[in-house]
Design a protein around this ligand. Structure first.
Ligand code: FAD
Length: 475
């Protein structure tokens, strides 16, 4: 049958949209199909609590989008995207009213870390300065020649370490150790495991190189800008259609799937042999998250001043406490004192709440598939560093891993990272291969966060998958 489109993209998360943009910019006709009624996947904003309070359903903080070698070169500002930068990128409160603060300025950050300042500068100075050259290598497939081998070797020498060990080796004080540990805990892997330091390095370097911005109006603005650009390039969209089988798709020369490997196995049906199917089904999902969104009567009364100016706040106390919480999750248990990742976009974005009101976005890690309500434990952690927080709550939306998956099939068991980032699967996903985006079915590609470089709203998985399709099917 004659192809109706050059390419079909199934799923409109940041990776699906990035794939579509890469193809459309190369002059190919593209059609995007999305299961939900709205596009965006992990980049959507909705009134989850009360009228007038707009909450990011998934991604809220965008160091990886602002620092993405692909996204940052697109004319998204011309299509309405505006990054807003807080005074403090990330604050990490500790008992006694203390806090570590990551600021865009490396010297200012190092100064706040006292005796650990020089070690912090030695670690993050080169990475922040070299971000532009480093990211095309670290935000792409591993099995290829790096563009900057020396830089990669320097990054790799620290990145392979378990985060808790590296933090203890480099830093003596609670502040620097906790700051690094909190960033590394985005891995959702126990901090004693090798390679967890890589998350702390990438997120910290991004903080100094590009910042940890929010999108004005919410993460939906990232999606809207990408969609507006795509429409200008002639791409068509179809929402509210869950693709159940590859055979149901309109004829196209290439198909790019923004789905998890298990879903690919289902969509492919008999077109996949047993061996290929088993490989896809062996792909491991990681822990899930329990998510809370709040409508608040006022700004959060953090004890530490840095937290009051921070877009992101990591709540969990010392490195040892965070490591213990993440160990519990890795062992399939629910920590009594969870590590909470929180964002307070309304301190810089007045468009998201009625005048004088605020929102808080927060989640903690839980075992995959958990149905436990972690609200009380999360609130106790926030209250610990911001007494009086509970009195401000006007409305609350809580979602277990089951609710999260119900809103987006890619978040299976509540895993927000597109599959476990532990062991070999961090580097080689969905399997060890020189061509990780290709599937066993000719013309069909995987472009979701289950491919390199993994989770985050950077669009790099979609970009690389589309480039591969352009090289092979769509020359
Ligand atoms: C609670 C939460 C907080 C997060 N916080 C951040 C953050 O602050 N910063 C950050 O960078 N990242 C964050 N992330 C991660 C980020 O959102 C994801 O890594 C990113 O969205 C992955 O993009 P993707 O395109 O691979 O998949 P997704 O964004 O998940 O999109 C996949 C899309 O495909 C659609 N789809 C799936 N199957 C089908 C089908 N069969 N037919 C049609 N459509 C289908 C889905 O409906 C969905 O729209 C967060 C995620 C969550 C859930």
């Amino acid at each position: 049958m004659a192809a109706r489109y050059d390419a079909i993209v199934v799923g409109s998360g940041p990776n699906g949209l990035a794939a579509a943009i890469t193809l459309a910019r190369a002059g190919r006709s593209v059609h995007v199909i999305e299961a939900n009624e709205t596009v965006g996947g992990g980049c959507r904003t909705e009134e989850l609590t009360l009228p007038g309070f707009r909450h990011d359903v998934c991604a809220a903080i965008f160091p990886l989008a602002a620092g993405s070698p692909f996204l940052r070169r697109l004319p998204l500002q011309d299509h309405g995207l505006e990054w807003l930068f807080p005074e403090v990128e990330l604050a990490h409160p500790l008992d006694g009213g203390r806090a570590a603060a990551l600021r865009r300025s490396l010297p200012a950050t190092a100064q706040g870390l006292g005796g650990d300042g020089p070690a912090y500068r030695r670690l993050f100075g080169p990475l922040g300065r070299e971000w532009e050259r480093l990211t095309p290598d670290i935000l792409g497939p591993v099995l290829r020649l790096p563009m900057h081998p020396l830089l990669m070797a320097r990054f790799g020498a620290h990145a392979v370490w378990p985060a808790s060990l590296l933090a203890r080796r480099l830093f003596a004080g609670d502040e620097a150790r906790a700051l690094f540990g909190g960033m590394a805990a985005h891995s959702m892997v126990a901090l004693e495991r090798p390679l967890t330091a890589s998350f702390g390095l990438v997120l910290g370097a991004a903080g100094h190189a590009v910042g940890w911005p929010v999108a004005k109006g919410g993460s939906q603005s990232v999606t809207n800008a990408m969609v507006s650009y795509l429409r200008a390039l002639g791409t068509s969209f179809e929402c509210g259609r869950r693709v159940e089988a590859l055979g149901d798709l309109p004829p196209a020369r290439a198909v790019l799937l923004d789905v998890m490997p298990g879903a690919l196995a289902q969509l492919a049906g008999a077109r996949l042999g047993g061996r290929e199917r088993r490989k896809l089904e062996r792909y491991r999902m990681g822990p899930g998250v329990f998510k809370l969104d709040y409508a608040l009567a006022g700004p959060i009364p953090w004890q530490a001043a840095a937290c009051r100016q921070a877009g992101t706040v990591h709540i969990g106390g010392t490195l040892e406490e965070i490591a213990a919480a993440e160990r519990e999750v890795a062992a399939g248990r629910h920590p009594k004192r969870p590590f909470v990742l929180a964002a307070q976009p309304t301190i810089i974005d007045a468009t998201r709440a009625p005048a004088g009101r605020h929102t808080l976005w927060a989640y903690c890690h839980v075992p995959n598939g958990s149905t436990v309500d972690m609200s009380a434990r999360i609130e106790a952690q926030i209250e610990r560093f911001a007494p009086g927080f509970r009195d401000l709550i006007l409305g609350r939306s809580a979602r277990t891993t089951v609710d999260i998956e119900a809103g987006n099939a890619n978040l299976a068991g509540g895993d927000i990272g597109g599959g476990a980032a532990s062991g070999l699967q961090l580097l080689f996903r969905p399997r060890v291969s020189f061509a990780p985006y290709r599937t066993a079915i000719p013309g069909v590609y995987l472009c979701s966060a289950a491919t390199p470089p993994g989770g985050g709203a950077h669009g790099m998985c979609g970009y690389h998958a589309a480039r591969d399709a352009l090289r092979r099917e769509l020359r």
